[in-house]
Design a binder for this molecule. Structure first.
Ligand code: ZN
Length: 166
């Protein structure tokens, strides 16, 4: 089943998610449905609260176009600085420069509950930070000035009205 992507601003996107404790079959279904929604929207990552589910899990896209799930992720180390043009499935059509760490070391679980630790840099590090921000209740617009954020908020409110009328 394809899930709808929640548009910012929405309370579910501004609230920190809860750790995943149930690794049963419903988790697999949720992961599959999230990946389908992400690919359909041509995203390079998706967090559970973007489909309205307040749990600490996300999909992260690699540069080769493949995806892997991250469950209960934590950033262990951060270093360097880099600025990227950043967009988000929950803020369609908006791209802004955002300052991020160049490298991150992340610990996360997969659906079998196994823990992984990876060091990422470049685009992958950027996607990790973007998705983990979502899980902490933050959207990339929180890194922008108040002025830009208000401008984007007005555009998104218009977009929501438009989608409702469709
Ligand atoms: Zn996003």
């Amino acid at each position: 089943m394809a899930l709808d992507i929640v548009l910012w601003p929405d309370p579910v996107l501004n609230t920190p998610t809860q750790p995943v404790t149930d690794f049963g079959p419903s988790l697999t279904t949720l992961l599959d449905d999230m990946l389908e929604a992400c690919k359909k929207a041509e995203g390079i990552g998706i967090a559970a609260n973007q489909v309205g589910v307040p749990l600490r899990l996300a999909w992260v896209g690699r540069e080769d176009g493949s995806f892997f799930e991250i469950i209960n992720p934590q950033i262990l180390e951060r270093s360097g600085n880099v600025v990227y043009d950043e967009g988000c499935l929950s803020v369609p059509g908006e791209w802004e420069k955002v300052k991020r760490f160049e490298k991150v070391k992340v610990r996360y679980q997969d659906r079998t509950q196994a823990w992984h630790e990876v060091e990422a840099e470049g685009k992958l590090a950027h996607v990790f930070q973007h998705e983990i921000d979502h899980l902490d209740g933050k959207v990339f617009v929180h890194h922008l000035s108040q002025l830009k954020r208000d401008l984007i908020r007005r555009k998104m409110e218009k977009e929501k009205r438009y989608r409702r009328e469709e």
